[in-house]
Design a protein around this ligand. Structure first.
Ligand SMILES: [Zn+2]
Ligand SMILES: [Zn+2]
Length: 331
């Protein structure tokens, strides 16, 4: 029988947990008020966003907190009920990847946006004849489906290429270096990996740019869903796994050893892997994750304030690896 909670039975060590829960529920209440009171918040936020408007739409900023609140709550509960590994939710790995989250956002806002704008200008000047104009006559629903599928396919293909080209892999390996997958691991992406991915995806996306129909719910889903499947969760989503990437299938993608490696490249949909034969056959496999490189910086056992050093070393590591390989004359 469960012990009844009275002030006497709640030990003093439990209080930080209750305070955290109270803070979390307050954050949830604020997120709900923001989402449902959006008609008052939107005009205010629109004015405040100023130069960031190209990167963060006011609508996304208003509804994302609620999506994040639901995501974090669900991942937390699932990690407690059906974990793959015995690891604390707030592990050293969690704090390391949480550090990558604002880092990655800043890089995308301050640099990647400019880089993509430059590619855009080049395309408009020299390659506009490649644009497939006929798409603009399609029904909006069809354009949305085509755009969502095309965007996901380009992610799958660019991901495959970043695994197969050794130079690209050096930078993508930073994402794979995490041994304790957690919901923030999707933010652990090297800036050069971001740029390679953006470059590889640019041309097909521009050719079909007339298909773009922005649907807010889908945009938010695509942002939070990768966090869900990076969680430490023993779940393959049953029949949904034939369409969607799952925590199980993406764990296989992060596996450190053969025969799991170089499988399951999907971002949202698992259909491309199943179509092109890169799907790993066992949908119940939960292998260990990481990269086979003893020199890789790891954060295991570090407390939150010592994490910045590992973050910097992870940023530098691919360059060191490339220069060492070049000196030895390897490829
Ligand atoms: Zn990968
Ligand atoms: Zn991943």
């Amino acid at each position: 029988m469960q012990e009844e909670l009275t002030p006497e039975t709640i030990s003093s060590s439990a209080w930080p947990g209750y305070l955290l829960l109270a803070a979390w529920l307050t954050a949830g209440a604020v997120a709900i008020v923001m989402a449902f009171g959006s008609q008052h918040v939107l005009p205010l936020l629109d004015g405040m966003l100023g130069p960031l408007k190209h990167h963060v739409t006011a609508e996304k900023a208003v509804y994302s907190p609620l999506a994040y609140f639901c995501l974090l709550s669900v991942v937390y509960l699932l990690e407690r009920r059906v974990p793959v590994r015995d690891q604390a939710f707030f592990s050293a790995s969690f704090w390391q990847d949480a550090l990558w989250y604002p880092g990655s956002m800043l890089f995308r806002i301050l640099f990647l946006g400019w880089y993509v704008a430059l590619l855009h200008t080049l395309y408009q000047q020299y390659f506009q004849f490649l644009t497939i104009e006929a798409v603009s006559d399609w029904h909006p629903a069809l354009r949305f489906i085509a755009a969502a599928l095309l965007a996901d396919f380009t992610r799958w293909l660019s991901h495959l290429i970043r695994h197969k080209v050794p130079l690209f892999w050096r930078f993508h390996a930073v994402h794979h270096s995490q041994r304790n997958l957690n919901l923030f691991t999707d933010a652990r992406v090297h800036p050069v990996d971001h740029m390679i991915s953006a470059t590889l995806r640019f041309l097909p996306l521009m050719m079909f740019s007339n298909a773009t129909v922005v649907i807010l719910l889908w945009a938010i889903f695509e942002t939070v869903y990768p966090k869900f499947y990076h969680g430490n969760i023993r779940l393959n989503l049953g029949p949904l796994r034939y369409i969607l990437v799952t925590p199980q299938s993406h764990r296989v993608h992060h596996a450190s050893e053969a025969p799991y490696r170089d499988k399951n490249f999907g971002f949202t949909f698992s259909i491309w892997d199943r179509l092109f034969g890169t799907h790993y056959k066992d949908d119940n496999a939960y292998p260990e994750t990481g990269v086979q490189d003893e020199a890789y910086p790891v954060e295991d056992g570090l407390n939150p304030r010592d994490q910045a050093g590992v973050f910097m070393r992870l940023l530098i590591h691919p360059f060191l690896h490339i220069s060492r390989t070049n000196k030895r004359g390897e490829h």
